[in-house]
Design a protein around this ligand. Structure first.
Ligand code: WQD
Length: 340
C-alpha cells in the first residue's frame, strides 16, 4: 500500500517514514529540500533497509502537484508535513507562510477530492490553543486568535480541511495537534537538523552541550510556574511518528467516527525549561552553560496535553520519558558533529 509523505525528509516526516516502512507501507516522499537534505534518505535506508521513492519538487507548483497525482493514482493515504514552521520567521515573512502552508494544502486537497476514497493526516500544532484557559489541554479547548502567521496557518489549515470534509464524504481526515517534538531515532541515523541558529529549546541545548553554541539563553524565569520558567509537553519524535501511523491505520480500516477528527499528540506531562536542562545534564553527565534573560515575545506560560482522547479513541500513548528523548537528542548531536 502506497503512502505519500510530503516533507518526508524533514524532522518529523523522516521519522514517520521509518515507522511507515516498519509497518510494511511503500512510502513516496515529496520534498523540495528547502529545510532538509537527501542525506536523510540514506539515514532512513540505514534504519529500515528500504529507500522510499523520492520526488524533489516544490508543492507550490500546482501543475507539478497535479502531474504527481496523475502519475501516482494508487496513493492510499497522504501524511502532509511539508510547511514552513518557524514562528519568528512567519512574523517577518507572512506571505511566504500563507503561500507555502495554505496554497499547497489546497492544491493537495483539490487532487484528493477527485478520488473515490482517500485518507489524509494533517500536521497541526498545539499552538492553535494559544495560552489555554485550562490545563491539561483537551481537544475541546477553544482555538485562540493566533499569535503568529505560522500559528494562523495551522488554524486556517484545519478549517480548510474541515470545510472540505463537510462536502466530500470520500475525504477522511485527521488533524494531529503536536505539542513539542524532540529527540531523534535511537539509531542516530536520523534526527533534527535545524538550519542556522536553532529557534527551539532542545536543539539549542544539545548544540551548546557539544560546544557549537557558547551559552543557552533561558527566556525568562518570572513566569507564574514553580521554578518561574515556561512549561511545555516534550514528546519523543518516534512516539509522535507512531501516532501518525496509528491515525492513518484508523482511517484505512474505517474505524474513524467522522470524516474529520482532531487529536492532541503529547505525553500529558509538562516540563519546565529548567527541568529540561536538568534532564540534559543528567543524560549527558555534564553541566550546561546557560543564563536567564528576558522573556521571548509571544511565548505562552504553559501548555501540556490531555491525552485521554488519543489514548482511548486512537489507541496510542507516548512511551518515552523526557530523559530518553534528551538522551536520543544528545546521541544524535554527538554523531552529527563528529561527522563534520
Ligand atoms: C520551548 C520553551 C521558550 C529556546 C514552537 C512552536 C510549535 C512548534 C515547536 C513547530 C519556551 C524556551 C527556547 C531558547 C528558551 N513548532 N526557550 N531558550 O515555542 O513551545 O513551540 O516550537 O512545529 O508550534 O510554537 O518551542 O522549543 O521554541 O520553546 O528558553 O533558546 O523553551 O521560551 O518556553 P515552543 P521552543
Amino acid at each position: 500500500m502506497k503512502i505519500l509523505v510530503t516533507g518526508g525528509l524533514g524532522f518529523i516526516g523522516s521519522h514517520t517514514t521509518v515507522e511507515l516502512q516498519n509497518e510494511g507501507y511503500e512510502v513516496v516522499i515529496i520534498d523540495n529540500c528547502s529545510n532538509s537534505s537527501t542525506e536523510v534518505l540514506k539515514g532512513i535506508e540505514a534504519i529500515t533497509g528500504k529507500q522510499p521513492i523520492f520526488e524533489n519538487f516544490d508543492l507550490r507548483e500546482k501543475d507539478k502537484v497535479q502531474d504527481f497525482f496523475s502519475r501516482h493514482d494508487d496513493i492510499a493515504g497522504v501524511i502532509h508535513f511539508a510547511a514552513s514552521k518557524a514562528v519568528g520567521e512567519s512574523v517577518e515573512k507572512p506571505l511566504l507562510y500563507y503561500e507555502n502552508n495554505i496554497s499547497v494544502l489546497v492544491y493537495i486537497l483539490q487532487e484528493l477530492q477527485k478520488k473515490n476514497k482517500t485518507n489524509f493526516i494533517f500536521s497541526s500544532s498545539c499552538t492553535v490553543y494559544g495560552q489555554a484557559d485550562e490545563l491539561p489541554i483537551t481537544e475541546n479547548a477553544p482555538v485562540k486568535i493566533a499569535e503568529s502567521p505560522y500559528g494562523n496557518t495551522k488554524q486556517i489549515g484545519e478549517e480548510i480541511i474541515q470545510d472540505t470534509c463537510k462536502v466530500k464524504p470520500n475525504l477522511n481526515a485527521i488533524a494531529l495537534r503536536y505539542f513539542n517534538p524532540i529527540g531523534a531515532h535511537p539509531s542516530a541515523e536520523i534526527g533534527e537538523l535545524p538550519i542556522g541558529v536553532p529557534q527551539n529549546l532542545v536543539p539549542f541545548i544539545t548544540q551548546t552541550g557539544i560546544g557549537l553554541r557558547e551559552q543557552l539563553s533561558v527566556f525568562g524565569d518570572d513566569y507564574p510556574t514553580e521554578d518561574g520558567t515556561c512549561i511545555r509537553d516534550y514528546i519523543h519524535v518516534v512516539d509522535l511518528a507512531k501516532a501518525h501511523v496509528v491515525a492513518l491505520q484508523r482511517l484505512l480500516s474505517d474505524k474513524n467516527t467522522s470524516n474529520y477528527e482532531v487529536f492532541n499528540v503529547g505525553t500529558g506531562t509538562g516540563s519546565s525549561v529548567l527541568e529540561v536542562i536538568q534532564s540534559f545534564e543528567k543524560v549527558s553527565n555534564q553541566k550546561l552553560n546557560y543564563k536567564i534573560v528576558d522573556r521571548r515575545e509571544g511565548d505562552i506560560t504553559a501548555a501540556y496535553a490531555n491525552t485521554d482522547k488519543a489514548n482511548n479513541e486512537l489507541g496510542w500513548k507516548a512511551k518515552s520519558s523526557l530523559d530518553e528523548a534528551l538522551s536520543s537528542a544528545w546521541k544524535w548531536e554527538q554523531k552529527v558533529r563528529h561527522k563534520k
